[in-house]
Design a protein around this ligand. Structure first.
Ligand code: SF4
Length: 317
């Protein structure tokens, strides 16, 4: 069932680059029968960029690998624009990162009635925030719009006539890292993506920096020469949505401090729909902590000293 076609093939045609050989991958398998992909076997190398540090590093790694394989012309960068959920300047920064390497850049977003439809709009409409179990924010606002870009790129490539008798091969490249969460650590860094594939295209996912530490990511960015978003130097550890349901408490408080107007809008929605931003944390709590007015729970002295004793004991084991 997996198929192939062409994606960046229009550019490939212009540059006289050969299409990959018409050898189909067995159903359910990656195009390359190895732990990492042969980039030259794909028609399109699509890098999803949030403009965050992991995207910066994975884009740099992809560019180096694509240059080595003489297929840099097949790389396309895509960013799903999340509107006011994102930090200021993020879509422009993603475009800047792509331009640094001379790559084609695609911007996509979810729309309703011709208008940008956002995560906050949707939370209010359905009366619920997303959660780790119901991550409609990722599936509907990132993955879905990016799949429409894949569909368009595949159509472009098929229209060139370069890919015939097989589906277009798309390598979907993301900066996911194992150390970010237990769920991510269980994933395979190179795998067939059945949900994104169909009779016209075969899509494999690849996470080129899957095993990397945060320190390694920053080291790579220093040598890459691309500009990180200023939110990092303002205290954020990640550049996800400004107020992400999966963020650490420290990042949420920092984000609310840096974006008080947006935090207030989230709190208003929380009030109206009567659903806490997160089971363990309301937006009102986050705002209170950001403004330094959160009620603190002080441990009475005896408990404090016994807690300190327990920590000491644990440290001696
Ligand atoms: S960054 Fe957080 S809130 Fe935004 S789409 Fe991803 S999981 Fe959802």
């Amino acid at each position: 069932m997996p198929s192939h076609a062409d994606c960046q093939q229009e550019l490939a045609l212009d540059l006289g680059v050969r299409a990959p050989a018409a050898v189909a991958a067995p159903p359910g398998h990656t195009v390359t029968d190895a732990a990492t992909p042969d980039l030259a076997a794909y028609d399109c190398l699509l890098v999803s960029s949030s403009a965050g540090k992991d995207s910066q590093a994975s884009l740099n790694v992809t560019v180096a690998a694509a240059r080595a394989a003489n297929v840099l012309d097949r790389v396309v960068v895509v960013h799903a624009d999340l509107g006011d959920a994102e930090w200021e300047g993020v879509p422009d920064l993603a475009a800047e990162h792509a331009a640094h390497y001379g790559l084609r850049f695609e911007l996509t977003r979810r729309e309703r009635d011709g208008q940008h439809y956002t995560i906050l709009d949707h939370a209010e409409a359905r009366g619920k925030w997303p959660s780790s179990q119901q991550r409609w924010c990722t599936s509907d606002f990132k993955r879905g719009p990016i799949r429409t870009v894949i569909t368009r790129l595949v159509s472009e490539l098929r229209a060139t006539g370069r890919v015939q008798g097989r589906p277009v091969r798309v390598l979907n490249i993301m900066g996911l890292r194992a150390e970010e969460s237990a769920a991510r650590a269980r994933r395979s860094p190179y795998a067939f993506n059945a949900a994104a594939s169909n009779g016209r295209r075969h899509v494999d996912d690849w996470y080129p920096i899957f095993e990397w530490s945060t320190a390694a990511v920053w080291q790579r960015i220093r040598t890459a020469g691309t500009r990180p978003h200023p939110a990092y130097s303002q205290g954020m550890s990640r550049l996800s949505c400004r107020l992400c349901v999966l963020a650490s408490r420290a990042d949420l408080v920092c984000a609310a401090r840096l974006n008080p107007e947006l935090a207030d809008r989230y709190a208003d929605v929380e009030d109206r729909i009567g659903h806490r931003f997160r089971n363990d944390l309301s937006m009102a709590d986050i705002i209170a902590e950001a403004r330094g007015t959160a009620e603190r729970t002080w441990l009475p002295l005896p408990e404090l000293s016994s807690a300190s004793g327990r920590r000491h004991d644990a440290g001696q084991r």
